[in-house]
Ligand binder design. Structure first.
Ligand SMILES: Nc1ncnc2c1ncn2[C@@H]1O[C@H](COP(=O)(O)OP(=O)(O)OP(=O)(O)O)[C@@H](O)[C@H]1O
Ligand SMILES: Nc1nc(=O)c2ncn([C@H]3C[C@H](O)[C@@H](CO)O3)c2[nH]1
Length: 215
Protein backbone atom coordinates (compact mmCIF):
# COMPACT_ATOMS: atom_id res chain seq x y z
CA UNK A 1 0.00 0.00 0.00
CA UNK A 2 0.92 3.67 -0.17
CA UNK A 3 2.39 3.93 -3.67
CA UNK A 4 1.82 7.70 -3.62
CA UNK A 5 0.64 9.66 -6.64
CA UNK A 6 2.01 13.18 -6.44
CA UNK A 7 -0.29 15.86 -7.83
CA UNK A 8 -0.48 18.92 -9.97
CA UNK A 9 -1.25 22.04 -7.93
CA UNK A 10 -3.60 23.50 -10.51
CA UNK A 11 -5.33 20.27 -11.39
CA UNK A 12 -5.55 18.18 -8.28
CA UNK A 13 -6.72 14.65 -9.07
CA UNK A 14 -10.33 14.37 -7.98
CA UNK A 15 -11.28 10.80 -8.86
CA UNK A 16 -14.85 9.52 -8.96
CA UNK A 17 -15.82 5.87 -9.32
CA UNK A 18 -19.21 5.47 -10.95
CA UNK A 19 -21.54 2.87 -12.39
CA UNK A 20 -25.00 1.43 -11.82
CA UNK A 21 -26.19 -0.13 -8.55
CA UNK A 22 -23.91 -2.90 -7.33
CA UNK A 23 -21.22 -2.39 -10.01
CA UNK A 24 -18.44 -2.32 -7.41
CA UNK A 25 -17.85 1.42 -6.91
CA UNK A 26 -17.29 1.32 -3.16
CA UNK A 27 -15.12 -1.77 -3.47
CA UNK A 28 -12.86 -0.28 -6.15
CA UNK A 29 -12.70 3.16 -4.51
CA UNK A 30 -11.52 1.53 -1.26
CA UNK A 31 -8.93 -0.58 -3.10
CA UNK A 32 -7.55 2.45 -4.95
CA UNK A 33 -7.54 4.49 -1.76
CA UNK A 34 -5.50 1.81 -0.05
CA UNK A 35 -3.17 1.25 -3.01
CA UNK A 36 -2.34 4.93 -3.51
CA UNK A 37 -2.79 5.98 0.13
CA UNK A 38 -5.54 8.39 -0.86
CA UNK A 39 -8.46 9.56 1.27
CA UNK A 40 -11.77 7.97 0.19
CA UNK A 41 -15.10 9.80 0.27
CA UNK A 42 -17.92 7.32 0.69
CA UNK A 43 -21.60 7.59 0.00
CA UNK A 44 -23.84 7.51 3.08
CA UNK A 45 -26.36 4.70 2.50
CA UNK A 46 -27.51 2.93 5.62
CA UNK A 47 -28.75 6.03 7.48
CA UNK A 48 -30.95 7.09 4.57
CA UNK A 49 -34.48 7.32 6.07
CA UNK A 50 -36.29 7.12 2.71
CA UNK A 51 -34.55 4.33 0.81
CA UNK A 52 -36.66 1.54 2.24
CA UNK A 53 -39.91 3.36 1.50
CA UNK A 54 -38.65 4.36 -1.95
CA UNK A 55 -38.06 0.77 -3.05
CA UNK A 56 -41.54 -0.16 -1.77
CA UNK A 57 -43.30 2.71 -3.50
CA UNK A 58 -41.27 4.81 -5.92
CA UNK A 59 -44.15 7.06 -6.97
CA UNK A 60 -44.76 8.26 -3.41
CA UNK A 61 -41.16 8.58 -2.20
CA UNK A 62 -38.96 9.60 -5.15
CA UNK A 63 -38.88 13.33 -4.48
CA UNK A 64 -37.98 12.95 -0.80
CA UNK A 65 -35.33 10.38 -1.62
CA UNK A 66 -33.73 12.37 -4.43
CA UNK A 67 -33.66 15.52 -2.29
CA UNK A 68 -32.07 13.63 0.58
CA UNK A 69 -29.33 12.26 -1.69
CA UNK A 70 -28.79 15.69 -3.20
CA UNK A 71 -28.46 17.47 0.15
CA UNK A 72 -26.08 14.86 1.51
CA UNK A 73 -23.93 14.83 -1.58
CA UNK A 74 -23.86 18.62 -1.74
CA UNK A 75 -22.58 18.76 1.83
CA UNK A 76 -19.99 16.06 1.15
CA UNK A 77 -18.87 17.71 -2.09
CA UNK A 78 -18.43 21.09 -0.38
CA UNK A 79 -16.35 19.48 2.36
CA UNK A 80 -14.31 17.42 -0.12
CA UNK A 81 -13.56 20.49 -2.19
CA UNK A 82 -12.50 22.49 0.87
CA UNK A 83 -10.52 19.77 2.57
CA UNK A 84 -8.81 18.19 -0.43
CA UNK A 85 -9.34 19.61 -3.92
CA UNK A 86 -8.69 23.29 -3.08
CA UNK A 87 -5.77 22.27 -0.85
CA UNK A 88 -4.10 20.36 -3.68
CA UNK A 89 -4.71 16.94 -2.10
CA UNK A 90 -5.84 14.10 -4.40
CA UNK A 91 -8.97 12.28 -3.32
CA UNK A 92 -11.14 9.41 -4.52
CA UNK A 93 -14.91 9.31 -4.17
CA UNK A 94 -17.23 6.34 -4.68
CA UNK A 95 -19.67 8.53 -6.65
CA UNK A 96 -19.90 11.64 -8.83
CA UNK A 97 -22.56 14.19 -7.88
CA UNK A 98 -24.04 14.03 -11.38
CA UNK A 99 -25.54 10.65 -10.50
CA UNK A 100 -28.32 12.73 -8.91
CA UNK A 101 -29.42 13.71 -12.40
CA UNK A 102 -29.14 10.17 -13.75
CA UNK A 103 -31.45 8.82 -11.06
CA UNK A 104 -33.82 11.78 -10.84
CA UNK A 105 -34.42 11.82 -14.59
CA UNK A 106 -35.62 8.26 -14.21
CA UNK A 107 -37.64 8.64 -10.98
CA UNK A 108 -39.13 12.17 -11.14
CA UNK A 109 -41.55 13.72 -13.59
CA UNK A 110 -43.18 17.06 -14.37
CA UNK A 111 -42.92 20.01 -11.99
CA UNK A 112 -41.06 18.04 -9.32
CA UNK A 113 -38.37 17.08 -11.78
CA UNK A 114 -38.03 20.70 -12.97
CA UNK A 115 -37.77 21.97 -9.38
CA UNK A 116 -35.26 19.29 -8.47
CA UNK A 117 -33.05 20.09 -11.46
CA UNK A 118 -33.10 23.79 -10.67
CA UNK A 119 -32.03 23.09 -7.09
CA UNK A 120 -29.33 20.69 -8.33
CA UNK A 121 -27.85 23.40 -10.56
CA UNK A 122 -28.09 26.12 -7.91
CA UNK A 123 -26.25 23.93 -5.40
CA UNK A 124 -23.60 22.38 -7.60
CA UNK A 125 -22.81 24.46 -10.70
CA UNK A 126 -20.13 26.57 -9.01
CA UNK A 127 -18.34 23.67 -7.30
CA UNK A 128 -15.37 21.79 -8.81
CA UNK A 129 -16.27 18.32 -10.06
CA UNK A 130 -14.16 15.18 -10.42
CA UNK A 131 -11.65 15.39 -13.25
CA UNK A 132 -11.07 11.63 -13.49
CA UNK A 133 -14.01 9.29 -13.87
CA UNK A 134 -13.67 5.54 -13.46
CA UNK A 135 -16.80 4.07 -14.96
CA UNK A 136 -17.62 0.46 -14.07
CA UNK A 137 -20.11 -1.07 -16.44
CA UNK A 138 -21.73 -4.47 -15.95
CA UNK A 139 -24.55 -6.58 -17.33
CA UNK A 140 -27.92 -6.87 -15.62
CA UNK A 141 -27.12 -10.45 -14.64
CA UNK A 142 -23.86 -9.44 -12.93
CA UNK A 143 -25.49 -6.57 -11.07
CA UNK A 144 -28.42 -8.67 -9.87
CA UNK A 145 -26.00 -11.33 -8.68
CA UNK A 146 -23.93 -8.81 -6.71
CA UNK A 147 -26.98 -7.09 -5.22
CA UNK A 148 -28.26 -10.48 -4.05
CA UNK A 149 -24.85 -11.41 -2.64
CA UNK A 150 -24.55 -8.11 -0.74
CA UNK A 151 -28.01 -8.72 0.69
CA UNK A 152 -29.24 -5.22 1.63
CA UNK A 153 -32.88 -6.02 2.54
CA UNK A 154 -34.39 -2.97 0.77
CA UNK A 155 -32.77 -3.93 -2.58
CA UNK A 156 -33.88 -7.54 -2.70
CA UNK A 157 -37.13 -6.98 -4.62
CA UNK A 158 -35.68 -4.44 -7.03
CA UNK A 159 -37.42 -4.43 -10.40
CA UNK A 160 -34.90 -5.73 -12.97
CA UNK A 161 -36.50 -3.33 -15.48
CA UNK A 162 -35.45 -0.37 -13.27
CA UNK A 163 -31.89 -1.66 -13.08
CA UNK A 164 -31.71 -2.33 -16.83
CA UNK A 165 -32.93 1.21 -17.44
CA UNK A 166 -30.22 2.57 -15.15
CA UNK A 167 -27.58 0.58 -17.04
CA UNK A 168 -28.70 2.32 -20.22
CA UNK A 169 -28.98 5.72 -18.51
CA UNK A 170 -25.38 5.37 -17.27
CA UNK A 171 -24.16 4.54 -20.79
CA UNK A 172 -25.90 7.63 -22.17
CA UNK A 173 -24.65 9.84 -19.30
CA UNK A 174 -21.03 8.75 -19.81
CA UNK A 175 -21.10 9.45 -23.50
CA UNK A 176 -22.71 12.83 -22.88
CA UNK A 177 -20.03 13.61 -20.25
CA UNK A 178 -17.32 12.78 -22.80
CA UNK A 179 -18.89 15.25 -25.27
CA UNK A 180 -19.60 17.96 -22.73
CA UNK A 181 -16.37 17.81 -20.75
CA UNK A 182 -13.59 16.52 -23.00
CA UNK A 183 -11.01 17.42 -20.35
CA UNK A 184 -12.47 14.88 -17.90
CA UNK A 185 -10.55 11.61 -18.19
CA UNK A 186 -12.91 8.65 -18.41
CA UNK A 187 -11.57 5.16 -17.71
CA UNK A 188 -14.12 2.46 -18.47
CA UNK A 189 -13.98 -0.96 -16.81
CA UNK A 190 -16.13 -3.77 -18.09
CA UNK A 191 -16.91 -5.74 -14.92
CA UNK A 192 -18.02 -8.71 -16.97
CA UNK A 193 -14.48 -9.16 -18.26
CA UNK A 194 -12.32 -7.56 -15.57
CA UNK A 195 -12.42 -8.80 -12.01
CA UNK A 196 -10.39 -6.40 -9.86
CA UNK A 197 -11.37 -8.26 -6.68
CA UNK A 198 -10.27 -11.83 -7.46
CA UNK A 199 -7.59 -11.05 -10.03
CA UNK A 200 -4.64 -9.12 -8.63
CA UNK A 201 -3.11 -8.50 -12.06
CA UNK A 202 -6.31 -6.96 -13.32
CA UNK A 203 -6.41 -4.62 -10.34
CA UNK A 204 -2.74 -3.69 -10.92
CA UNK A 205 -3.60 -2.86 -14.52
CA UNK A 206 -6.35 -0.47 -13.43
CA UNK A 207 -4.01 1.09 -10.86
CA UNK A 208 -1.24 1.57 -13.39
CA UNK A 209 -3.62 3.11 -15.94
CA UNK A 210 -4.86 5.46 -13.24
CA UNK A 211 -1.30 6.33 -12.27
CA UNK A 212 -0.54 7.29 -15.88
CA UNK A 213 -3.53 9.58 -15.86
CA UNK A 214 -2.41 11.15 -12.60
CA UNK A 215 1.02 12.22 -13.77
N1 LIG B 1 -15.24 -7.87 -8.94
C1 LIG B 1 -16.14 -8.36 -8.08
N2 LIG B 1 -16.37 -9.68 -8.03
C2 LIG B 1 -17.26 -10.19 -7.18
N3 LIG B 1 -17.99 -9.44 -6.32
C3 LIG B 1 -17.78 -8.14 -6.32
C4 LIG B 1 -16.86 -7.50 -7.20
N4 LIG B 1 -16.89 -6.17 -6.98
C5 LIG B 1 -17.79 -5.98 -6.01
N5 LIG B 1 -18.32 -7.15 -5.60
C6 LIG B 1 -19.35 -7.35 -4.57
O1 LIG B 1 -20.57 -6.86 -5.13
C7 LIG B 1 -21.32 -6.15 -4.13
C8 LIG B 1 -21.52 -4.71 -4.61
O2 LIG B 1 -20.27 -4.02 -4.57
P1 LIG B 1 -20.19 -2.51 -4.07
O3 LIG B 1 -20.90 -2.34 -2.78
O4 LIG B 1 -18.76 -2.11 -4.14
O5 LIG B 1 -21.03 -1.82 -5.25
P2 LIG B 1 -21.45 -0.31 -5.44
O6 LIG B 1 -21.33 -0.02 -6.89
O7 LIG B 1 -20.67 0.58 -4.52
O8 LIG B 1 -22.97 -0.36 -5.01
P3 LIG B 1 -24.06 0.82 -4.79
O9 LIG B 1 -24.46 1.29 -6.14
O10 LIG B 1 -25.19 0.18 -4.11
O11 LIG B 1 -23.42 1.89 -3.96
C9 LIG B 1 -20.53 -6.27 -2.84
O12 LIG B 1 -21.03 -7.38 -2.13
C10 LIG B 1 -19.10 -6.54 -3.30
O13 LIG B 1 -18.37 -7.27 -2.35
N1 LIG C 1 -33.27 6.96 -6.58
C1 LIG C 1 -31.99 7.05 -6.25
N2 LIG C 1 -31.33 8.22 -6.44
C2 LIG C 1 -30.00 8.37 -6.19
O1 LIG C 1 -29.43 9.45 -6.38
C3 LIG C 1 -29.35 7.23 -5.67
N3 LIG C 1 -28.07 7.01 -5.30
C4 LIG C 1 -28.00 5.76 -4.85
N4 LIG C 1 -29.23 5.17 -4.93
C5 LIG C 1 -29.56 3.82 -4.45
C6 LIG C 1 -28.93 2.71 -5.19
C7 LIG C 1 -28.66 1.70 -4.11
O2 LIG C 1 -29.82 0.93 -3.89
C8 LIG C 1 -28.40 2.53 -2.87
C9 LIG C 1 -26.94 2.77 -2.54
O3 LIG C 1 -26.23 3.30 -3.61
O4 LIG C 1 -29.07 3.76 -3.10
C10 LIG C 1 -30.07 6.05 -5.45
N5 LIG C 1 -31.38 5.95 -5.73
Amino acid sequence: MGEGVGYMEKNTPFIAVEGPIGAGKTTLAAMLGEHFALPVVKEIVEENPFIDKFYQNMDDWSFQLEMFFLCNRYKQLKETVQEYVMSGKPVVSDYHIFKNLIFSQRTLTGAERDKYEQIYHILTDDLPKPNIMIYIKASLETLLHRIAKRGRPFEQDMDPGYLQQLIEDYEAAMSSLADREPSTIIMTIDANRVDFVQNKNQFEEIASQLKENLS
